[in-house]
Design a protein around this ligand. Structure first.
Ligand SMILES: [Zn+2]
Length: 265
């Protein structure tokens, strides 16, 4: 059954529609503040969903996570945490600060294929490493508070953390910008490539599978917006493949094997 995350403050729903967040206000939100906001979101998600408790599934996710974090674009102050949550929805999403969630519905969808799961995880890590949450949170706080108060918020305060969390949840529900999705796809290709895994079997294969099953404009949850419909999946496959060509270029690339499902220590 689909569960919907309820925003603590509904009024915030309109905030991201407001234009003109001044350039000089960008990048002011500290990583520490982003992590605090991420914890708020993590707690909200874990209140709404039960953890999916399966030893083999968990072992695979944690093993993939360890390698992906090692090869992802580094970001100081971020300690990634990965959670499997119980939902039939084909879904994965990242909260600010490095808290990443995957559903058992997603594992079912890819038949627990380690390469595709790694691709999706690398995509979500990409949203964090490229700081995609920060702009939306800053914009939302700025419009709610005005510049003077916005500066004060940069000191961690419980109330603002809660508001920031509501903004981040809205971002997760409504989806990132087209540019951010391409960016996260590129990071997924790069990260898996650096890890020695074939990106063509990871995020690109996953996007193809999603398109095959659901096409565009599907009714998937967050990853429906994040992974499938926005931007169009075929365009994302196209751009990711071009990027893959650039990354691999003329080098001889011999991928090493991924962890095998059900055989993790
Ligand atoms: Zn995404």
């Amino acid at each position: 059954m689909r569960k919907t995350i309820i925003f603590p403050i509904l009024a915030i729903c309109l905030i991201l529609l407001l234009p003109a967040f001044p350039a000089h206000s960008r990048g002011l939100l500290s990583t520490a503040m982003e992590v605090e906001i991420g914890k708020e979101v993590r707690d909200e998600v874990l209140t709404e969903y039960d953890l999916w408790e399966d030893e083999d599934d968990d072992a695979l996710i944690q093993e993939l996570a360890q390698t992906l974090v090692e090869y992802a674009q580094p970001r100081e102050g971020i300690e990634y945490e990965f959670y499997l949550i119980e939902s039939e929805e084909v879904n994965a999403f990242a909260a600010p600060g490095g808290f990443i969630f995957l559903t058992n519905g997603l594992l079912d969808f890819v038949d627990r294929d380690p390469a595709m799961i790694a691709g999706v995880m690398a995509h979500e890590i990409g949203h964090v490493s490229q700081r995609h949450h920060r702009d939306a949170i800053e914009k939302g706080l700025y419009h709610r508070l005005g510049f003077a108060l916005f500066l004060e918020v940069l000191d961690i305060d419980e109330e603002w953390v809660e508001i920031g969390g509501a903004i981040a949840l809205m971002l997760i529900e409504q989806g990132y910008s087209r540019e951010d999705e391409y960016d996260a796809d590129e990071q997924a290709v790069l990260t898996t490539y650096r890890a020695g895994w074939n990106p063509g079997e990871g995020i690109i294969e996953f996007l193809r599978e999603i398109e095959k099953e659901y096409g565009s404009g599907n009714e998937l949850g967050d990853i429906g917006r994040c992974i499938a419909s926005h931007p169009d999946t075929d365009r994302r496959v196209y751009f990711a493949e071009i990027f893959l060509e650039e990354v691999v270029h003329s080098e001889l690339f011999e991928p090493r094997p991924l962890p095998t499902y059900g055989q993790s220590d």
